[in-house]
Design a protein around this ligand. Structure first.
Ligand SMILES: [Fe+2]
Ligand SMILES: [Fe+2]
Length: 130
C-alpha cells in the first residue's frame, strides 16, 4: 500500500506548514482510494478539487510567509507552486484507470521532493535569520 504519511525528515518544524503538508498528503490518499476503488462512492473530480483547494491555500500561506520575511527566491518558489496546480488540472480530466494511480504517486513524489528541495530552503533561511 502506498504511504501518504509525512515522515519526520520532511518536517520543517513550522507547525502550521507541517500540518498543511500532512493534510495535503491525506487528500492525495483520498484520491488514491477513489482510484483503487476502496471509496468508490466519491467522484474523482470532487476529490481532486478538494486537493486543489488545500494546495492553493497552502501555497498562498507559504508565499505570504516568504514575502513577509523577505526570502530572496520567493518568485522562483511560486513558479513551482503554479506548475503543480497545472498538473492537478490535468488529473481532473483523467479517468480512474491504473495509469491514474501512477499519476497520484507522481503528484505525491513531486510534493515530497518540493518539501525537501524548496520548502526546506525557506525554513533554513528563517532559522538563520532568527
Ligand atoms: Fe509546502
Ligand atoms: Fe512550497
Amino acid at each position: 500500500m502506498t504511504s501518504f504519511t509525512l515522515e519526520a525528515s520532511y518536517h520543517l518544524n513550522l507547525a502550521t506548514i507541517d500540518r498543511q503538508h500532512q493534510q495535503i498528503l491525506d487528500r492525495m490518499a483520498a484520491i488514491d482510494q477513489v482510484i483503487t476503488g476502496a471509496e468508490s462512492a466519491e467522484d474523482m473530480n470532487s476529490v481532486v478539487n478538494v486537493l486543489e483547494i488545500y494546495c492553493k491555500r497552502h501555497f498562498f500561506d507559504e508565499e505570504r510567509l516568504m514575502e513577509r520575511r523577505s526570502f530572496p527566491t520567493t518568485l522562483e518558489h511560486k513558479i513551482q507552486h503554479d506548475l503543480f496546480v497545472q498538473h492537478l488540472d490535468q488529473l481532473k480530466s483523467s479517468d480512474t484507470s491504473p495509469r491514474s494511480s501512477e499519476k497520484v504517486i507522481l503528484l505525491r513524489d513531486w510534493f515530497l521532493n518540493h518539501i525537501l528541495s524548496e520548502d526546506m530552503r525557506y525554513a533554513e533561511f528563517f532559522l538563520k535569520k532568527g
